[in-house]
Write a protein that binds this ligand. Structure first.
Ligand SMILES: Nc1ncnc2c1ncn2[C@@H]1O[C@H](COP(=O)(O)OP(=O)(O)OP(=O)(O)O)[C@@H](O)[C@H]1O
Length: 786
C-alpha cells in the first residue's frame, strides 16, 4: 500500500530530489576563492534555518523540459539565497542543512566567505542571470527559527537478519528488528492466526481474525503495525509525533497488558539500537528534568481509573500507538484537538475482543470513536452540534481527512458466524426483517477500506482449546465453598475463580483469608491501582487464587494459570469460552471446573446447547476422607467471619449515627452508642454482637489449631505411615506425597481428566496407584470409586 500524497502545499526536498532534482541557485567555488578561504580566518558558523520557514517559490513545471503536466509531481518549488551545509553523521552518511547564504553578508560587508556546498553532490542548475536578484534578508525570522536544526527525516536502516534463525517466517516482510525480537523471545514459529493474518496485514489489508483464546492474536495484529512504524523516519526531539495506531480494548487490564506485550517486543527489537544511540537527539524529560532520547516508537495507554492528568501528559508528548478503553479515550478527546485529529487520520484501527467491547457499557463512545475514522464523516453537517466532543473539536476535524489507506483489524476468540459471513460478502447492513445485533451495528460502522476484508476463522469446534480439560462437581449451593476449598487444596497451582457477582467475591475473600488461602479479588468496584496490584500478586504467587468477575474473563494473559473454576456458571457460551481461555494458553495444558448446583442445571443445559454439546463434562472424583475436617474448618471460618462482620457493621452504624448527628447539629443520646454489657439501655442487638466479638479470638485460636493439623485421607495413619490400610511411607520418603493432604493423589487435575478419558496420562509427578484413591460425593448423590 502506498502512502498518500501529503496534503501540504510544499513538496518535500527529498521528494523533489527523487523526482529529478531541486532547482536551486548554487555557485561552484572558484579556485581563487578557495585559496582566499584557506588564508582567511575560519568563518563564523552560518545560521541554520528551518526547512518550512524558507521562502519557497512555486515553479511552473509545465515550462520545464521533460516535465509534462508536472511529471507526476504535485508541485515544484525553488529557493533563492540559501546555501547548503553538509554534516557528517559519523557513520558514513551526511545530512543537508539549510544555512543563510553568504551572499547576504556580501552586500553588507566586504569579507567574502567560501561557499560550503559540496561540489560533487550539489549540481548547479541555476540561471546565472538572476543570481543576485531577490535575495532574502532573513530579517523576518526569529533567532529561534534560525538556530534550529532542520533534519531531513531519516528512516533508519533495517538491521541485518539471518533468516536461518527464523525459517518459519522466511519471506514474510516483518521488520528485521522484530524478527530479531522473536528469536530472543523464543517465538520461533508463528501461531496459526499469526501465520494467516500477518502477511496480509503487512500487505495493507483489513483483517478480521477469529482464533481460540491464547493463540497469539495480539502479535497477529501488532507485527504489521510495528513493522510499519519501524519503517517510518525516526522521531525528532521536541516534535509531537502523529498518532498512527489506535488499539481499543474492552477492559483496563487488557489495555495495559497489550501495552506491556508490545513494549516487551519492542524492547527486544530495539535493544541494539538503544545501546549505540549516544549521539541521538535529546529530549527534555518533563518529570525528571533530565535529558532523554525520544523513544524510537512510543506506546501510550489511556484507561479509566488511573490519573487522567498523567495520561494527558503522555498524549501531549504524542505517541505512535495508543492503547485505550473507549470511555476514557472519549473523555480525553473532548478537550484534545490534536488527539481528535490523530484519531481521524489513523493509519491503523484495532478493535480487540470486539464482541466484548459492545457489552461493557461503552458502546456509544466506541461508536463515536469509530465514526471519527469514517471517510464520509462530516463534522460540520450540524448533526453533531449537540455533542460536546464533536462540537469542541469540529474545526480540527473539518481540517483533517480520514486516511484512504487506514487498515482496520478486528480480533476476537468469539465472533458470530453470521457476522463473519456478512463481512465476507460485504453485506454489512442487516438482512431485511432481522434486527441487527450491537456487534453487527458496530461492524457496519467500521469503514473498512478493503472492498472485502480478509476474514480468518480459526475458532475451534465448541470454541474451546484442545489443550483444555473440563470437569464438574455437583453439589448444593451452600457446599460450593467447601468444594472450592477442597479443590484448591487438593490441586495446588494458580487458580482463577469466576463468580457471578461482586457480592460473591466480597463474601469469599474474607472466608478464604481466614483459611489462609492466598486469595485476591478483582472486580470493577475496586480502585484501578488495587486491581493492578492484585493481578501482580496473583501472577507472582504460584498457588495464588484470583477471585474475579467477568472483568478478568477476556484477553488477560496471565502466565501459567493452571485452573479456571466457574463458581457460578456464566450465562453465555462466549463468556464460558473466554473465562476458560484464561488457562490452556499458547498450547499449554489447562483445566476448567464447573461447580453446579441443582439451581444451575438449567443454565448448564443452555450452555451445552450453545456449545453444541450433548453431555456435560465428566465429574471430578472427590477424595471424601478429607471432607469432615474441611467442613469443620469452613464452619469455623464462617463463624469468625460472621462475628467480625457484625462488629464491623456495628462500628459502621455508630459512625454513621455520629456523622449524621454532627451534620444536623444535634446531640446524640450516649446510650445509643453504648457497648457496655451491663448497660441496661444499650440496644439488645448490639449486646449480642458484642458477645460474638468477644468470641472471635477464641474462634481464631481454634481455627489456627485446626489448620495446623494434617489433613489425612481415610485409611492413612499420620503417626504410623507404615501402618493403616493405605501405606504412605514410600511417597513420604520419595517426596512424592501430596504437600498438604496426606494420602491424597498427586495427579494434576488435567492429568486426572486425561486419564479418565482413557488416554495415556502425561505424568509430571509420580502416578499414584489407582486403588489407593477413593472417590466420594458428599451430598447430591452418587459415590464414586476410582
Ligand atoms: N509465535 C508465538 N510463539 C510462542 N508464543 C507466542 C507466540 N505468539 C504469542 N505467544 C504467546 O502466547 C500467549 C497468548 O498470546 P495472546 O495474549 O496474544 O493471545 P490471544 O489470542 O490474544 O488470547 P485471548 O483471546 O485470550 O485474548 C502470550 O503469552 C504470548 O506471549
Amino acid at each position: 500500500m502506498t502512502e498518500p500524497a501529503p496534503k501540504s502545499r510544499k513538496l518535500r526536498l527529498a521528494d523533489v530530489r527523487k523526482a529529478g532534482g531541486l532547482k536551486r541557485k548554487v555557485k561552484k567555488p572558484a579556485a581563487k576563492a578557495t585559496e582566499e578561504a584557506e588564508a582567511a580566518p575560519a568563518p563564523a558558523p552560518r545560521r541554520r534555518i528551518k526547512r518550512d520557514d524558507l521562502p519557497w517559490k512555486k515553479v511552473n513545471t509545465s515550462i520545464l523540459p521533460g516535465m509534462d503536466a508536472g511529471g507526476g509531481m504535485m508541485m515544484l518549488e525553488e529557493l533563492d539565497g540559501v546555501a547548503i551545509e553538509w554534516e557528517e553523521d559519523g557513520r558514513g552518511g551526511r545530512t543537508a542543512r539549510f544555512v543563510e547564504s553568504n551572499k547576504k553578508a556580501k552586500g553588507k560587508a566586504a569579507a567574502p566567505e567560501p561557499e560550503a556546498e559540496d561540489e560533487e553532490d550539489e549540481e548547479d542548475v541555476a540561471d546565472e542571470e538572476d543570481e543576485d536578484a531577490d535575495f532574502p534578508t532573513f530579517s523576518g525570522f526569529a533567532a529561534s527559527d534560525l538556530d534550529d536544526e532542520d533534519d531531513e527525516p531519516v528512516v533508519p536502516a533495517e538491521p541485518e537478519f539471518n533468516d536461518a534463525l527464523l525459517p518459519a517466517w522466511e519471506g514474510v516482510p516483518i521488520h528485521t528488528a522484530l524478527k530479531r525480537a522473536m528469536v530472543a523471545l523464543d517465538f520461533s514459529k508463528p501461531t496459526e492466526i499469526q501465520r494467516r493474518a500477518v502477511p496480509d496485514g503487512l500487505a495493507g489489508r483489513d483483517v478480521v481474525g477469529v482464533a481460540e483464546t491464547g493463540s497469539g492474536k495480539t502479535l497477529a495484529y501488532s507485527l504489521p503495525i510495528l513493522s510499519y512504524l519501524l519503517r517510518q523516519p525516526a522521531p525528532r526531539a521536541g516534535v509531537r509525533r502523529p498518532l498512527s495506531a489506535l488499539v481499543l480494548c474492552p477492559t483496563r487490564e487488557l489495555a495495559i497488558q497489550v501495552n506491556d506485550h508490545l513494549s516487551k517486543v519492542l524492547s527486544y527489537a530495539l535493544a541494539e539500537d538503544e545501546d549505540d544511540g549516544e549521539d541521538d537527539d535529546d529530549e527534555e524529560d518533563d518529570e525528571a528534568g533530565k535529558s532523554k532520547k525520544p523513544p524510537r516508537i512510543s506506546i501510550g495507554t489511556v484507561v479509566g481509573g488511573l490519573s487522567a492528568h498523567k495520561q494527558k501528559r503522555i498524549l501531549a508528548r504524542g505517541c505512535d500507538v495508543l492503547v485505550a478503553t473507549p470511555g476514557r479515550l472519549w473523555d480525553l478527546l473532548k478537550t484534545d484537538d490534536a488527539l481528535a485529529a490523530g484519531v481521524r487520520a489513523l493509519r491503523f484501527l484495532v478493535i480487540d475482543e470486539a464482541d466484548r467491547m459492545i457489552e461493557t457499557g461503552h458502546f456509544a463512545e466506541l461508536e463515536s470513536i469509530v465514526k471519527l475514522t469514517q471517510r464520509n464523516f462530516t463534522p460540520d453537517s450540524g448533526e453533531y452540534d449537540d455533542d460536546p466532543t464533536f462540537a469542541n473539536t469540529a474545526t480540527v476535524l473539518e481540517d483533517t481527512d480520514a486516511r484512504e489507506d487506514m487498515q482496520t483489524f478486528v480480533f476476537s476468540a468469539t465472533l458470530s458466524k453470521d457476522l463473519q459471513q456478512n463481512l465476507k460478502k460485504r453485506r454489512r447492513s442487516k438482512p431485511k426483517g432481522k434486527k441487527a445485533s450491537a456487534l453487527e451495528d458496530l461492524v457496519e460502522k467500521l469503514d473498512f477500506r478493503d472492498e472485502s476484508p480478509l476474514v480468518i476463522d480459526l475458532s475451534p469446534e465448541g470454541g474451546l482449546v484442545k489443550t483444555l480439560r473440563e470437569s464438574m462437581i455437583e453439589c448444593v449451593v451452600s457446599d460450593k465453598d467447601l468444594y472450592l476449598y477442597y479443590f484448591l487444596l487438593r490441586y495446588p497451582g494458580r487458580s482463577l475463580v469466576f463468580t457471578g457477582s461482586i457480592d460473591g467475591i466480597r463474601r469469599l475473600i474474607p472466608l478464604f483469608e481466614q483459611l489462609q488461602v492466598p486469595v485476591y479479588p478483582l472486580h470493577s468496584q475496586l480502585q484501578q491501582k488495587q486491581r493492578l496490584k492484585n493481578l501482580d500478586r496473583f501472577k507472582s504467587a504460584p498457588n495464588g487464587v484470583l477471585i474475579a468477575t467477568d472483568v478478568a474473563a477476556r484477553g488477560l494473559d496471565i502466565p501459567h494459570v493452571d485452573h479456571v473454576v466457574h463458581f457460578n456458571l456464566p450465562r453465555t457460551a462466549d463468556a464460558y469460552v473466554h473465562r476458560s481461555g484464561r488457562t490452556a494458553r499458547a498450547q499449554n495444558p489447562g483445566f476448567a471446573l464447573q461447580l453446579v448446583s441443582p439451581e444451575d442445571k438449567a443454565v448448564q443445559r443452555a450452555l451445552l446447547r450453545s456449545l453444541d454439546r450433548d453431555a456435560p463434562p465428566p465429574e471430578l472424583a472427590i477424595e471424601g476422607g478429607f471432607m469432615p475436617k474441611l467442613k469443620e474448618r469452613i464452619a469455623l471460618a464462617r463463624e469468625i467471619e460472621k462475628a467480625q462482620h457484625a462488629v464491623k457493621k456495628d462500628n459502621h452504624d455508630k459512625n454513621w449515627l455520629k456523622e449524621a448527628a454532627e451534620a444536623m447539629d444535634i446531640d446524640i443520646d450516649p446510650e445509643l452508642l453504648s457497648d457496655a454489657e451491663d448497660d441496661p439501655d444499650a440496644p439488645v442487638a448490639r449486646k449480642g454482637r458484642n458477645k460474638k466479638a468477644e468470641k472471635v479470638p477464641a474462634l481464631k485460636a481454634k481455627l489456627a489449631n485446626l489448620l495446623a493439623q494434617p489433613l489425612v485421607a481415610r485409611g492413612v495413619s499420620a503417626r504410623y505411615p507404615t501402618a493403616g490400610s493405605r501405606v504412605i511411607v514410600d511417597d513420604v520418603l520419595n517426596n512424592t506425597a501430596h504437600g498438604t493432604m496426606l494420602g491424597a493423589g498427586t495427579l494434576s487435575a488435567y492429568d486426572q481428566m486425561e486419564g479418565a478419558k482413557g488416554k495415556a496420562p502425561k505424568p509430571k509427578r509420580k502416578a499414584e496407584p489407582a486403588k489407593k484413591q477413593e472417590g466420594h460425593r458428599e451430598r447430591g448423590g452418587k459415590r464414586q470409586r476410582k
